[in-house]
Write a protein that binds this ligand. Sequence first.
Ligand code: NAD
Length: 449
Amino acid sequence: TPLTTSRPLNIAVAGTGYVGLVSGVCMAHRGHNVTCVDIDERKITIMQDGISPIYEQDLEELMYLNRDRLTYTTDYISAYKNADAIFIGVGTPEQPDGSADLTYIATVARQIAETIEKNCLVVVKSTVPVGTNDKVEQFIQDFLVNDVKVEVASNPEFLAQGTAVRDTLEAARIIIGTNSIEAEDTLMAIYEPFGLPIVSVSRRSAEMIKYAANDFLALKISYMNDLANLCELVGADIEDVARGMGYDSRIGSKFLNAGIGYGGSCFPKDTKALEYLATLHGYELRTVKAAINVNKDQKILLYKKACQRLITFNGLKVAVLGLTFKPGTDDLREAPSLDNIPLLLAQGADIYAYDPVGIENFRKKYPEAGLDPERKNGKGSIRYVMSAEEALDGANVCFIFTEWGEIKAVMPETYKRLMRTPLVYDGRNIYAVNEMRDNGVEYYSVGRK
Ligand code: NAD
């Protein structure tokens, strides 16, 4: 039974991506009236038909359940002008120098300034460098058309793709960063029906908490990957090591898996953005810098291992299992597959790729027809198949990049049975080393003997 608010507010959300749409739908689920705004007409049209433009568990069900409190539109003027609160959930992508690109935020800020007709709270949910909320507030003041009062608050988001709805409705904490009692009160009213712990801090601290938390997780991953590489050299097993570490409650047992590095839309850009911010202030953030460097090398670790084993990939049938940066999402941003597949293609591999949901997006980047099947330029080819078995059939080598349930379900004997040569490079340590060996598979993974 959903908790609902006794004080429903009119909320607009700018941006209907993973963060904006999930937040908007969950706020409607808790009783608020929410208008989701996007500039992408295609997205809006399909949402109006009840379809989610992103793959996220339970999202469509909640869109349906709360349809009376949800509106989807590209008409930002009518969405913003009478809103009690406007959430900004647009992207803040990485720029070539590592800094966060704030142009989408600025566009929304300007649209808000030019349209609002009553006092309102603007809530920055996107991940933004410390100090951005101050700038957004000033920017809105500078462009304000009507005589209304606008305040800006920080409310960073911690959801993880693949579990976004659950992460929002059952968040470990909600961070609100405000500079006034009124702003704090409005955010409290919005989140009160969620019944979750709320941490109320200054705007700058809230902005920093987001980077601090994300970069710590990235650091944890890079630390385990760095150790995994050493484990291989000295004959220890990273999984045993992680198990032994995890019992210590100061360390915790989560996020200790070694693999081929972190991807996604957040860790890579948020580590670089914090490092950039530090450099801007004349400070070298050595720990985060190390996490970035370890991750860069880790992503192509298995490819390099395979190069030590094989003369060439030219003309080899290569099975690729998993394209997305993690299971449960169709998102490919910074996925290890994107680092490895161009290297394999450049060497002339014939790739047969399988992913339960990522193919459609991957095909946009690497269309089958766009490649040269006759390898006239010494280049490889890529085809997309509907099952792991199809990819493995007759393959010379297999790379596992994502630990989807469908891929974990492939039995070790299947590799031996279907592949021409059962040579497997597993970036997610899906299988027990002994099991693969006992089934006659030549198996390489991360941090294990
Ligand atoms: P996204 O790219 O999936 O979605 C952004 C959306 O904003 C797009 O649909 C785009 O069309 C829309 N948009 C752009 N300009 C607009 C405008 N002027 N008005 C209305 N809509 C506009 O982005 P995302 O992954 O949801 O990330 C958004 C922010 O949240 C980023 O700052 C990101 O760092 C942060 N964040 C993301 C996650 C995650 O897991 N994806 C988690 C926590 C925080």
